[in-house]
Design a protein around this ligand. Structure first.
Ligand SMILES: *[C@@H]1O[C@H](CO)[C@@H](O)[C@H](O)[C@H]1NC(C)=O
Ligand SMILES: *[C@@H]1O[C@H](CO)[C@@H](O)[C@H](O)[C@H]1NC(C)=O
Ligand SMILES: *[C@@H]1O[C@H](CO)[C@@H](O)[C@H](O)[C@H]1NC(C)=O
Ligand SMILES: *[C@@H]1O[C@H](CO)[C@@H](O)[C@H](O)[C@H]1NC(C)=O
Ligand SMILES: *[C@@H]1O[C@H](CO)[C@@H](O)[C@H](O)[C@H]1NC(C)=O
Ligand SMILES: *[C@@H]1O[C@H](CO)[C@@H](O)[C@H](O)[C@H]1NC(C)=O
Length: 556
C-alpha cells in the first residue's frame, strides 16, 4: 500500500484476514426477479437500485402495459415498476454534483406506450424514501433533451460536477456503429449546446460504442475505443494519443472488453488504467462472417498515466479465461472482481453466422476472479475460493457494488424482445455475489457527516470487532458507478488517509484534496479492517451545488 493509511494502532502491520473457517466465504445467493431485463443498473440509495430495459414485452406491468424501468429493493428483493416516459434501451447515466441522477439516451420503442428516447434525459432527484414511494423519474422530452440522438453513448461525471456524454450511434444498428455520433456534449449543456467533435471516435469506427472513459485526478479524461487510447483535455479541447492496446485487442462495443481506473492513493493519486477482455478479431469483417465460437481475449493491459508510465507502455497479464463483455467491480479493499461475460463470440444478438439461440456469444464465464492491483505481475489474478454460478450473464447483463458491500447481479438477454425458451433467455433472476465479510461480524461506521468538503478533516464513529484489531485500516471513498454494456461509468475508488483514536472508537479522516481527484457528487465511504469491510455510509462530496461548480480544495 502506498501510504493510503496511517497504521495507527499497530506495532506490526499484519493483515488479519478473516480465518477461512469463519463465515461462508465467497458465495452466490439467488433471490427474487426483476420483471424487466436489468440491462442498466445504478445504486441510488442504501436500499434501492434503479434498473432500465427496452420498452418491450416485459412481464413487469405499470398502468396496464409493460414497464421498462424498475426500482429494485435490496431489502425485500422485489422490483416495483417505474413510470418512465421515453424508451431507455441501451442508455447510460451518472450522478451530478447536486446528487441528481441523469439517465441519458435510448431508443425508439417497440411498444406504443413509450416515447422515442434517442435524445432522452431522465432526471432522478435525490429521494429518501427507503421503498421509493413518491420518488419519480422526471422527463419533459419537448424541452429537456440532448443536442444529438445517442444510443450506446458513455456518460461520465467530470470535475465541475457536470456529465460529459461521449459518442454513440444515432439510432439502432444491428452490429457496428454505422451511423456514428463522433462528438461529445455535456449536461447541463456547455458551448451553447453545440457538441464537440472528437477525432478518437472518427479513427475507431466501426466498433467504438460505449467508449471506456475515466476522469483523471488532474481533470483530464482518459478514453479507450477499439484498440486506441487517448487523454482528452476538455479545458484545452485537445487529444493526446497514448499507446494502442497491445496485440490488436479491441474493447468497445460490439467487441466489448471492460476497463477500470485502479484505486487512487494519497498523497499522489497516480492514475493507472486496467483494461481486460474483448477480442483480437478484426473490426473490418461483416458480422455474418463472425462466429459465436471464436475465443475472446484473455488479455488484461495495465498502464500508469505518468510520462514514465506511458513511456513504459502497457503491461500484459492474462485472465484465467477469455472474456467477451466482462465487468470489473472495484471492491472497498481496493481489489477488483472480474465477473460476467462469455468466453467466445461477440456482443449484440442474432448477427453472427452461428448464433446460439439469438446469442452472438457462447460459453459463459461462470466463475468470477479477483484482481489484486498490488500483487506482482503474473500473480494478480486468481479465482481461488470463488464460487461458480449456473446463471449465464452475457449480453445486457449488469453488476454493481451495493451499500451492503455485496454485488447485485442482474439481467442478460441477447434477444430483441423477451424470449424465455431459448438457450440464452431473457434473464430476470437476481443473484448476489457475497464476499466473505457478508457472513462475519463487520466493522461499522456511524455518525458519518452527510456532506464532506474537499481537503478537510472529519470524524466518524467506528465499531471494530475485537478479533480484527490487529488488522490494517483502509478507508475508501467510492462512486459505485452506472453499469451498462460491460462498462461501469463514473466508477471510482479514492483511498483516504485515516487515523484511529487511541480508544479505537473514532476515525479521523482526510477527504480528497480537490474536486478533480473525486468529481463532486454522491459517494459511499467504506472502512476495511484486515480484509473485512463495513457497510457503506452515503455522503455528498463537495458543496452539493448544481453544476457547473467551481474548483474546490487545493491542487495536488
Ligand atoms: C417469460 O417468463 C416470465 C417468468 O419468468 C413470464 O412472466 C413472462 O410472461 C414470460 N414471457 C414470455 C414472452 O414468454
Ligand atoms: C430473499 O430475500 C427475502 C427478503 O430479504 C428474505 O426474507 C429471504 O429469506 C431471502 N431468501 C433467500 C433464499 O435468501
Ligand atoms: C405515469 O405517468 C403518466 C403521464 O404523466 C400518468 O398519466 C400516469 O398516471 C402515471 N402512472 C403512474 C402509475 O404513476
Ligand atoms: C490497432 O488496430 C490497427 C488496425 O485498425 C492496427 O493497424 C494496429 O497495429 C493496432 N495496434 C496494435 C498495437 O495492435
Ligand atoms: C487472438 O486471440 C486468440 C484467443 O485469445 C489467440 O489464440 C490468438 O493467438 C490471437 N491472435 C493474434 C494474432 O494475436
Ligand atoms: C441538479 O441539477 C440539475 C441540472 O441543472 C437539475 O435538473 C436538478 O433539479 C438539480 N437537483 C437538485 C437536487 O437541485
Amino acid at each position: 500500500m502506498i501510504g493510503n493509511v496511517l497504521l495507527a494502532f499497530l506495532a506490526v502491520p499484519l493483515t488479519a484476514r478473516a480465518a477461512p473457517t469463519e463465515g461462508k466465504g465467497w458465495h452466490f445467493v439467488q433471490n427474487g426477479t426483476t420483471g424487466i431485463v436489468a440491462l442498466e443498473s445504478i445504486i441510488v440509495s442504501d436500499t434501492l437500485a434503479l434498473l432500465f430495459d427496452r420498452a418491450t414485452n416485459n412481464p413487469l406491468q405499470i398502468d396496464g402495459h409493460p414497464a421498462w424501468g424498475a426500482l429494485w429493493n435490496l431489502e425485500t428483493n422485489t422490483a416495483s415498476p417505474l413510470n418512465v416516459t421515453t424508451d431507455a434501451f441501451c442508455a447510460t447515466g451518472s450522478f451530478l454534483s447536486n446528487g441528481t441522477m441523469v439517465s441519458i439516451g435510448g431508443h425508439r420503442p417497440a411498444i406504443p406506450e413509450a416515447e422515442d428516447g434517442r435524445n432522452g434525459l431522465r432526471i432522478w432527484e435525490p429521494c429518501d424514501d427507503p421503498n421509493g414511494e413518491g420518488c419519480i423519474l422526471f422527463e419533459d422530452p419537448e424541452t429537456l433533451h440532448m443536442a444529438e440522438t445517442r444510443w450506446y453513448a458513455t456518460s461520465l461525471r467530470i470535475f465541475d460536477g457536470s456529465i460529459m456524454i461521449i459518442g454513440g450511434v444515432h439510432q439502432r444498428t444491428p452490429f457496428n456503429n454505422d451511423d456514428p455520433v463522433n462528438n461529445l456534449e455535456f449536461f447541463p449543456p456547455k458551448d451553447g449546446g453545440i457538441p464537440r467533435p472528437l477525432d478518437l471516435l472518427e479513427r475507431t469506427l466501426p466498433a467504438n460504442l460505449f467508449p471506456r472513459s475515466f476522469a483523471l485526478p488532474d481533470g483530464k479524461i482518459f478514453m479507450a475505443a477499439a484498440n486506441q487510447t487517448i487523454i482528452y483535455d476538455f479545458e484545452a479541447n485537445t487529444e493526446t494519443r497514448l499507446p494502442d492496446i497491445p496485440n490488436n485487442v479491441r474493447i468497445t462495443n460490439p467487441l466489448d472488453g471492460t476497463a477500470t481506473l485502479l484505486p487512487l492513493h494519497p498523497p499522489d493519486y497516480i492514475p493507472e488504467i486496467l483494461i481486460c477482455g474483448g477480442t483480437n478479431t478484426s473490426d473490418q469483417l461483416p458480422v455474418e462472417e463472425l462466429s459465436s465460437q471464436t475465443p475472446a481475449s484473455d488479455q488484461c493491459s495495465r498502464m500508469t498515466l505518468t510520462p514514465e508510465g506511458i513511456e513504459r507502455g502497457w503491461e500484459i497479464e492474462r485472465m484465467l479465461e477469455p472474456r467477451m463483455m466482462p465487468e470489473m467491480i472495484l471492491m472497498p479493499n481496493g481489489e477488483i472482481v472480474i465477473i460476467n461475460g462469455a468466453q467466445s463470440g461477440y456482443a449484440a444478438f442474432a448477427g453472427v453466422k452461428d448464433p446460439v439461440g439469438n446469442s452472438n456469444a457462447d460459453h459463459p464465464a461462470f466463475t468470477p476472479s479477483i484482481y489484486t492491483p498490488d500483487a506482482p505481475l503474473g500473480q494478480r489474478i486468481s479465482n481461488a475460493g470463488m464460487p461458480t454460478t449456473d446463471i449465464a450473464r452475457v449480453y445486457h447483463s449488469t453488476v454493481t457494488l451495493t451499500q451492503k458491500g455485496n454485488l447485485l447481479i442482474a439481467g442478460s438477454s441477447p434477444n430483441p424482445v423477451v424470449v424465455n425458451d431459448t438457450q440464452y433467455p431473457s434473464e430476470f433472476r437476481v443473484e448476489y455475489l457475497n464476499p466473505p465479510y457478508m457472513t462475519v461480524e463487520r466493522p461499522q461506521l456511524s455518525n458519518v457527516p452527510k456532506q464532506i468538503a474537499f481537503n478537510s478533516q472529519f470524524s466518524v464513529d467506528v465499531s471494530i470487532p475485537s478479533r480484527l484489531t490487529q488488522g490494517d485500516l483502509k478507508v475508501a471513498l467510492m462512486d459505485l458507478g452506472f453499469s451498462s454494456h460491460a462498462f461501469h461509468s463514473s466508477s471510482r475508488l479514492v483511498f483516504m488517509d485515516a487515523q484511529l483514536s487511541e480508544d479505537g472508537k473514532t476515525l479521523s479522516i482526510k477527504s480528497p484534496p480537490n474536486n478533480r481527484v473525486y468529481p463532486p457528487g454522491p459517494a459511499y465511504i467504506f472502512l476495511t479492517v484486515g480484509d473485512v469491510s463495513s457497510p457503506g455510509a452515503r455522503v455528498m462530496v463537495g458543496n452539493g451545488a448544481t453544476p457547473p461548480v467551481e474548483d474546490q480544495g487545493v491542487p495536488i
